[in-house]
Design a protein around this ligand. Structure first.
Ligand code: TYM
Length: 331
């Protein structure tokens, strides 16, 4: 049976980008057609400046949102990365498989390191080795498919390279996974800066980010104030009109349809924004409601996570043990 693995990092409140680019497919498709594991990757949240209490809170909130988005513990495995030691065990072996140069070439590393340098800050070593841990997350489970947004494509390529290299040098141990991306909204852009990805946390300004738990009125305001492009004709052109193209992508993802066709139905930005706002609010409504119910019963979420970690441990352990032996460790 196909095995699927994916994860979300609790570095900030989850966004519409996380939902449309990843979580929605996990719930609507992936968990129904494969043995799927979904993980709150809390160890990854320590790669940047962090507050322990906030990471703890955001991890629980992320897990609750995964369930609220429709992940069903009867169909899939939901767990928290730090509760399964195999990720860290295998991560070190991945560091021993990867080269320094290939880590430094990662776009996300280069961008974040440059941002930190501009602020006069330092970069944690774990930010550089991040892709080794991410590769370990995926390879430990023998995942065939990894449903992610487009921004993770480079990390997935590296994961594939590491799996192939390890298999060639030490004997076939890992499945070589492939990334899958949604047909629309694989990269939702910031509403105030449509040339940058809608990210969770790093930005100081949050008016361009729709959070999954934003009140409907807040969502509406953010969408209505979205930066559009010069001109007034509604056309789908990601290069020349990134603001309008982003709104059309979001509309297509939330209400259905094809972004280019949808463009033909509008002759003003105002009307388009109104429809986008309504579609986003409707898409998030059931998720917000379910989140409120689940948040009222944290012991249920804890129990789901405990069981999830138990199952994940059992799945990962034999393959990680095999990797230890293959590399020459007595294990
Ligand atoms: P993270 O936490 O940044 O994002 C979680 C998922 O949401 C997708 N995503 C987006 N998709 C479309 N538009 C956006 N603006 C947008 N923002 C985020 C991401 O592509 C991702 O699928 N490194 C990963 C976490 C991770 C992981 C893994 C993922 C760690 N180990 C193993 C898959 C498999 C990350 O930072 O995702």
């Amino acid at each position: 049976m196909t095995r699927i693995f994916s994860g979300v990092k609790p570095t900030g409140h989850l966004t519409l980008g996380n939902y449309l680019g990843a979580m929605r497919r996990w719930a609507e498709e992936d968990q129904h057609r494969a043995d799927a594991l979904f993980c709150v990757v809390d160890l990854h949240a320590l790669t940047v400046e962090h507050d322990p209490a906030r990471v703890r809170r955001l991890s629980r909130q992320a897990a609750t949102l995964l369930l609220a988005a429709g992940l069903d513990p009867a169909l899939c495995t939901v767990f928290v990365q730090s509760q399964v030691d195999e990720h860290l065990r295998l991560s070190y072996l991945m560091e021993c498989t990867a080269s320094d140069g290939e880590m430094r070439r990662m776009i996300q590393y280069k961008e974040k390191a440059a941002q930190e340098a501009a602020r006069g800050g330092t970069v944690r070593l774990s930010l550089l080795t991040y892709p080794a841990l991410m590769a370990a997350d995926i390879l430990a489970y023998g995942a065939h498919e990894v449903p992610v947004g487009e921004d993770q494509a480079q990390h997935l390529e590296l994961t594939r390279d590491l799996a192939v290299r390890f298999n060639q040098r030490y004997g076939t141990t890992f499945v070589v996974p492939r990334a899958t991306h949604p047909a629309v909204a694989a990269r939702v852009m910031d509403l105030q800066d449509p040339t940058s990805k809608m990210g969770k946390s790093e930005q100081v300004r949050t008016s361009g980010i729709v959070y999954l738990l934003d009140e409907p009125e807040v969502v509406r305001k953010k969408v209505m104030r979205a930066v559009t492009d010069t001109g007034s004709e509604v056309a789908y052109d990601r290069e020349k009109r990134p603001g309008v193209a982003n709104l059309l992508d979001v509309l297509a993802a939330c209400a259905g349809g094809d972004p280019e066709r949808l463009a033909e139905e509008y002759d003003s930005y105002g009307a388009l924004k109104g429809d986008v706002a309504a579609a986003v609010v409707e898409t998030l409504r059931p998720l917000r409601k379910r989140h409120a119910e689940l948040a009222a019963d944290p012991s249920y979420v804890d129990e789901v996570l405990r069981r999830g970690a138990e199952r994940a441990r059992g799945l990962a352990r034999p393959r990680v043990d095999a990797a230890f032996r293959a590399l020459g460790l007595l294990g």
